[in-house]
Design a protein around this ligand. Sequence first.
Ligand SMILES: [Zn+2]
Length: 470
Amino acid sequence: MSIQLNYQLPTEFVQLITTEQAYAYRVVPVGLDDEVIKLLSDRSTEALKNELEVILNQSISFETVSTQELDKYLSYNFRKTKGEAVTAFNYSNDFIEKLLQTARNIGGSDIHFEPFEEKCRIRFRIDGKLKEHYIIPKEEYPVIVNKIKIKANLDISEKRLPQDGRITLKTELDEFDIRVSSLPTLHGEKIVLRILSKDTDDITLLDLGFTEHELKAYNQSIKKPNGIVLISGPTGSGKTTTLYASLKVLNDEKTNILTIEDPIEYTLEGINQVQLKENIGLDFASTLKTFLRQDPDIIMIGEIRDVSTANMAVRAALTGHLVLSTIHTNSAWATVSRLIDMGIPSFLIASTLNVTIAQRLVRVLCDECKEEHNVKSELFPDNYIVPRSLETHYIPIGCSSCYQTGYQGRKAIYEIIPIDKYLHRKIKENEMDIDSYIEEKKIKTLQNNAIRLVKDGVTSIEEIYPLLIS
Ligand SMILES: [Zn+2]
């Protein structure tokens, strides 16, 4: 089934009214001619016209459509949110604050401000995918950029070099941090805002996506008094979230936890967090050295990306500390080879590594609109052998609760290899073929777990497709 794209309206029109206005008055803007907004409506009356003209402060004209049609247009272009959302492009003084609030309300993680030759656009990243939210006139753009740069303490006169900064935003309910990054491009400065310091209240190991068996194995590994816990996966695969959920379990008044991160994505009461500042020499390795003099029990390092950090992590683990970190590899077992390639002696890896994990995030199908179909082999990569037990799968459709994407939220899938006596010996002897052991131990690979989620109707084949290509 193909998604009908003709209901999708250009952002220029959608942003003329707010989501609340669209649903309250049941109107959808489909055009703007000589300052007259053309609105679709299923009950166009003179009274409604008058009221809307006052509210929008602009002349309007109606085009009547059926209720069914109108509902389609509404759900394709406006997403109902729990909090107050500002869809209409209303360039007020607190525009940036409102934008950030909106992004947060609809579960956005980043906001992109992008200049082009004739106009500029603002996109939100939601569940890992970018979506256009506003088109703004080129003349307005420099004002917006300057406002952001002032808030983030950046040099507004510097337009030729990339800059990084931070904004702390206080709202009535809470306070959160935003990382600001500017990049000069052909048509002006591109700005990306990343929403940080998400509170850790709702993250728990239980909800992330571990199976019961995996959670048990993982918990045993992180509760050891010393050793290394390593999570691998590409950027944006949720590794930091897993680490924080782990720290939450380990955090108590008897334990001294230190973290060094870039950027600090979450804040957690009772732990000491340090922001990496490489330009002043505050890098992972040198901070770790200092950390060891601070009598820590547990150390979390944002990422092991060089040999010196890897060495320090091993040293910390050998001297009785628990070290949690992330690394860039494709699978849990590949992490071992990566450490060997970095020059860490295999006997040291064998004696310090508690567990190696690989992780990915997949989007969760919207329960309101997903549709069940029979499995066909052409949906899978050529060489992939479809398990017999997989008879049906669900596909995304799109409705008003999922912004017509067919998905709502994301879930992690894991591959967890605890280093037991057998694997300890394998690593020490540099024997890297462990396939039969993984099978014998019934350890689920990323691929196994991905297929399970498709079978359970949690995600779609397209979401896990990259994991099926071998
Ligand atoms: Zn839906």
